[in-house]
Design a binder for this molecule. Structure first.
Ligand SMILES: [Zn+2]
Length: 86
């Protein structure tokens, strides 16, 4: 497992609003800072005016870094757009 996976897969709380995350609760990664956030914070993020631009830049960047195709469920990029559980 890569380092980022160890750190995020079972994070106990949202890193943006500090609300507790149950292991069975869905969480997702922020496209802005790659932190684990709850679905409420994701909604807030999606409404930012630069969200689309930041998302595109993030995808390009992480495909380059991870060398895994976007949409691969094991890939870093995937967790920014598809909620996952612990
Ligand atoms: Zn949150």
């Amino acid at each position: 497992m890569d380092d980022w996976e160890k750190n995020i897969v079972c994070a106990g709380k949202c890193e943006h609003c500090d609300s507790l995350l149950d292991p069975k609760q869905k969480r997702i990664l922020s496209v802005y800072d790659h932190k684990v956030i709850c679905m409420v914070c994701k909604k807030i993020e999606e409404q930012k005016s630069d969200y689309e631009d930041v998302s595109k830049a993030m995808i390009a960047d992480c495909i380059k870094k991870t060398d895994r195709p976007y949409g691969n469920p094991g890939g870093f990029c995937f967790h920014h757009f598809c909620p996952y559980k612990c």
